[in-house]
Design a protein around this ligand. Structure first.
Ligand SMILES: Cc1cc2nc3c(=O)[nH]c(=O)nc-3n(C[C@H](O)[C@H](O)[C@H](O)COP(=O)(O)O)c2cc1C
Length: 352
C-alpha cells in the first residue's frame, strides 16, 4: 500500500488516494477560495498519494450548484495553479475531476434550502439543466433535451477544460462519467431515451462519453494520465449492468484511458446503492480483468484494516477514500506510517 505506482512516467507515491468531494464553497465565479486551499493541502500533508480536487465544471451551465468550482476561464486557472502547486509542494500528486452535471444541475448547496434535491429558483440565479432526454431527477427541474450542437459543445468544453487543467499545473485529470451526471445519463437507458445516434444501443449510448474520453486524451499532454470515474452498475432493473460496464471499460482502454475509478449507483433517486463495505472492489477487479486498465475502487473503504486487506489481497491498483478523509485528513498517513515520529511532518514533532 505504500508502494508507488507509475502511470505514463508519473510516480504516485502510494496507493491511498483522496476521492473527489465537492465542497460547494466557491463563489459564483467558480474560483477556488481559501477553503479549498486549506482543505486540499491538509489532505496532501496527511499522506494521500493523489489529492483529487472535487468535480469542477467545464462551463457555467455544467455546475451542480452555484458554489461549484470551475475551470473554464483564466481567472479560475490562475487560482487553480496555486492550489495544484501547493498540493504538490505538500507531497501529493495534484489531480482534478472534470464535470458536467446534466439533469443534476442547478440545485441548492446541501446545507441550504431543501438541499441537494431542491432546485435553485430561476429568479434566484437558477438555470435550465440539459440532458440526453427531458427526464427530471427527483424534484429537480425538467432538463432540456440536448441538440447535436449541444453534444458537440460538451466535447469541446471538456477538451478546453483539460487544456486549462494542464495550464493550471494538474498532473492528472479525471472525467466524471458516474453518479448520475451527464456522461452517465447518456450511458444509462434509464435516463437516455434518445432515438438518434446517441441513444438506443450501448454503442450509441457510449458515443458521447467516448468522444469526450478521446478528446480529453488528445488534449491533455501525453505524459500525463487521464482517469475516468465510471459506474459498474446502476443497481436498477433495466439500467447499466456489469456486462455493459465491461464493454465501456474495454472501449475506454482503446481510447487510451489510464485508470478506471470504479463506483456505482446514484443515477436514480429511487435506487440507492446497498450499504455494504468495499462494495465496488469486486466490480473493479472484474473491470480490470476485462479491460486490462488499472483500477481504483471507491465506496465504503473507510476502515483502515479493510483498506490494507483490499490493497494487499485483491487485484486493484489503488483505493479512493472519500468520507473517511473528511473526518480525518491524516487517514493515509496513519495507515501508511509505522507509528514513529518520523512519519509526521517535522513541524509537528514537538507534539509527539
Ligand atoms: C461531501 C461529498 C461530496 C462529494 N462530491 C463528489 C464529487 O465532486 N465527485 C465525485 O465523483 N464524487 C463525489 N462524492 C462521492 C465520493 O467521492 C465517494 O465516491 C463516496 O463518498 C463514496 O466513498 P466513501 O464511502 O469513501 O465516502 C462526494 C461525496 C461526499 C460525501
Amino acid at each position: 500500500m505504500a508502494r508507488p505506482l507509475t502511470i505514463r512516467g508519473l510516480e504516485i507515491p502510494n496507493r491511498i488516494w483522496m476521492s473527489p468531494m465537492c465542497q460547494y464553497s466557491a463563489g459564483r465565479d467558480g474560483v477556488p477560495t481559501n477553503w479549498h486551499m486549506v482543505h486540499y493541502i491538509s489532505r496532501a500533508i496527511g499522506g494521500s498519494g493523489i489529492v483529487m480536487v472535487e468535480s469542477t465544471a467545464i462551463g457555467p451551465r455544467h455546475r451542480t450548484t452555484a458554489g461549484d468550482l470551475g475551470i473554464w476561464n483564466g481567472q479560475q486557472v490562475e487560482a487553480h495553479f496555486k492550489l495544484s502547486a501547493d498540493i504538490r509542494g505538500a507531497g501529493a500528486v495534484a489531480a482534478i475531476q472534470l464535470q458536467s452535471a446534466g439533469r443534476k444541475s442547478s440545485h441548492q448547496v446541501p446545507w441550504l434550502g431543501g438541499g441537494q434535491n431542491s432546485p435553485i429558483a430561476m429568479d434566484e440565479g437558477g438555470w435550465t439543466p440539459m440532458a440526453p432526454s427531458a427526464k427530471r431527477f427527483g424534484n429537480l427541474m425538467v432538463p432540456a433535451e440536448m441538440t447535436v450542437r449541444d453534444i458537440d459543445e460538451v466535447v469541446e468544453d471538456f477538451a478546453h477544460a483539460a487544456s486549462n487543467a494542464h495550464e493550471a499545473g494538474y498532473d492528472v485529470v479525471e472525467i466524471h462519467a458516474a453518479h448520475g451526471y451527464l456522461l452517465h445519463q447518456f450511458l444509462s437507458p434509464i435516463s437516455n431515451h434518445r432515438v438518434d445516434d446517441y441513444g438506443g444501443s450501448m454503442e450509441n449510448r457510449m458515443r458521447l462519453p467516448l468522444r469526450v474520453a478521446r478528446a480529453v486524451r488528445d488534449t491533455f499532454p501525453q505524459h500525463k494520465p487521464v482517469f475516468v470515474r465510471m459506474t459498474a452498475t446502476d443497481w436498477i432493473d433495466g439500467g447499466i449492468t456489469l456486462d455493459e460496464a465491461s464493454v465501456f471499460a474495454r472501449s475506454l482502454a482503446a481510447a487510451g484511458i489510464d485508470l478506471l475509478d470504479v463506483t456505482s449507483g446514484a443515477l436514480s433517486i429511487d435506487a440507492p446503492p446497498p450499504n455494504r463495505q468495499a462494495l465496488n472492489v469486486e466490480f473493479a477487479q472484474t473491470l480490470r480483468a476485462e479491460s486490462g486498465v488499472p483500477v481504483a475502487p471507491v465506496g465504503q473503504l473507510s476502515d483502515p484494516a479493510l483498506v490494507g486487506t483490499v490493497l494487499e489481497q485483491s487485484t486493484v491498483d489503488a483505493v479512493m477514500v472519500g468520507r473517511a478523509l473528511l473526518r480525518d485528513p491524516y487517514f493515509a498517513l496513519r495507515l501508511l506510517g509505522d507509528g514513529s515520529k518520523a512519519q509526521w511532518p517535522r513541524q509537528y514533532h514537538r507534539a509527539l
